[in-house]
Design a protein around this ligand. Structure first.
Ligand code: AMP
Length: 145
């Protein structure tokens, strides 16, 4: 299975972004309002990713230095070395990179442009539905219909 199929199976398309100068509290609101765990930080309105800010980055900073971080810009706490994939990356490769890097979100980039975002949950869901279809097809073959 390829990232393209996972993107096709997602109910929502597009990537939610915040500006690098947006406050961490604003990014937290985007995360909460949209029930997501990470937001891409983009300086050009979503064309490219300057970084990624996860709920984990915010919690880590809150625990270490308290609530002042909420007024700081997202660029202060975002991860700047963003690991990305393309629509042709395999689900297997995605899972191994996420497991090795210990992150759950991966922006999809095509020709230098951000075209989507896949989460570990999207990958698992798409793989489960592929397995269910394969099972149905095999049962159909065995039963002769
Ligand atoms: P996550 O599990 O995705 O919520 O994020 C865990 C940590 O990895 C946080 O520090 C994120 O900023 C970072 N992170 C999330 N996604 C990526 C990614 N695609 N590339 C690099 N770092 C990431």
């Amino acid at each position: 299975m390829l990232v393209q199929q996972i993107l096709n199976s997602k109910a929502t398309t597009g990537v939610l972004t915040v500006s690098p100068d947006a406050k961490v509290s604003e990014a937290a609101k985007v995360l909460a309002d949209n029930r997501i765990g990470s937001v891409v930080v983009s300086a050009d309105g979503g064309k490219t990713a300057a970084g990624i800010l996860s709920e984990r980055d915010i919690v880590r900073e809150l625990a270490a230095h308290g609530k002042d971080c909420l007024d700081a810009p997202t660029k202060k706490y975002m991860t700047t070395k963003v690991v990305t994939c393309t629509s042709q990356t395999s689900a297997q490769e995605l899972l191994s990179q996420m497991t090795e890097g210990r992150f759950r979100h991966m922006p999809v980039v095509e020709d230098g442009k951000l075209i989507g975002l896949v989460t570990i949950g999207d990958v698992v869901k798409a793989q489960l539905s592929e397995l269910a279809m394969e099972k149905q097809a095999l049962e159909g073959m065995i039963m002769g219909h």
